[in-house]
Design a protein around this ligand. Sequence first.
Ligand code: PMP
Length: 424
Amino acid sequence: MAFPSSNRGQWAGRQQIGYLMQQGVDYPNCLSLAAGLVDYDTFPADLVLQATQKILTDPAQARASLQYGTTPGSLELRRQLLKHLAKLDGVSQESEAGSIDQLLITTGSQQFLDLVSQAVLNPGDICLVTAPSYFVYLSTLEGIGVELVSVDCDDQGIIPASLQETLERLEQAGKLPLVKMLYLVSYFDNPRGITMPLNRRQEVLEILERWSAKQYLYLLEDAAYRELWFEEPPPQSIYSLDQSKERVIYTQTFSKSLSPGLRTGFGLLPKALVKPVTDLKSIHDFGSPHFSQFVVSELLSSGQYEQHVKKLRESYREKSQVMWNAVSDSILTSDLAHAEQPGGGLYVWLKLDDKVCDTRFSQRLFRDAAEKHHVMFVPGELFYSDPSHPDANLTMRLSYGVQTQQKLKEGIERLANAIAEVRK
Ligand code: PMP
């Protein structure tokens, strides 16, 4: 006899991330440019081993780290994080980076995103997202019955004029009171790999401030890829520009810059959200893995994390260049495809011209690429909350995260062949 799961359980099974994982199972021989996984060869096993040894051979630390922690997380790690953020934002005082009482450690930044959504949004509320946007979070929002309204972006991120127009349109439709939050991936975006310049950050914040008299909107800033820059550090966070510290919610993760296996992320909350988010976390898990927090804290305080990220940047810079050269040589040779060279992060976002593609292009290409050419990418349509967006079927995300340089070249060659065949 089959035991049915709840509606929500069944809904979760229909989400994009499950679909994508299933493709990996269905096409096991594919060279995957799809997964946002990080590079196995860069994992600092030696540093984690040293940190672990240090923690477990110190009786006080061993006892503390193997016990439950508190719901907001280790005080020592939170101190380290404020120091770290102060450095990233270029401020001299840790207190300027944020307040320790408003900092919460979570199980990856995914948990932080989830908890914040539950604390801020009711079913039927509206969240503004960019088109395209990080698809797993789009599912999180849909899962709590939130309406997603997309705002256009260009190669500098969300377009301020489009944000303004969207808010005006929602006001005219009488929906403004339902608009509670704007979600942005502000550094080396997933999927587009772009970073918002400083003036864009300021403009967006100013627009939200102007609309405050009519409707208070939170801005959720997701800085998952912030530290993976190649040439020069990106601008300060939108969080740091928010003088009030009451509008922007900020989250970052160690998944991309250290190891996703440690499942350690964190976020900074406006005062009003500290209690509801912490309360939601305590009924969920009483706190994130305590031992991982000790390890991350040790790596931060010893300076080893900083050294590691430096090496990591170099490795991803090289890999991104290899992918970029291959894409330029074999796919961007005509004006029928477009991409921007990433300045950091893990992704190249490729857009094909609608002159060569029909409306179901990305699905057809995905299937042909996987079945005949044994290469996989993430179809662009997953990243659009509105599937009728004109770019949804013309785009794809390519990741240089996990494959070796040789495999990246091979993967792009296979993809170029698949595109050429579909175009015929
Ligand atoms: N935000 C973005 C933009 C991401 O790409 C990811 C992971 N792919 C996350 C958040 C969540 O990562 P984690 O839970 O591992 O911190």
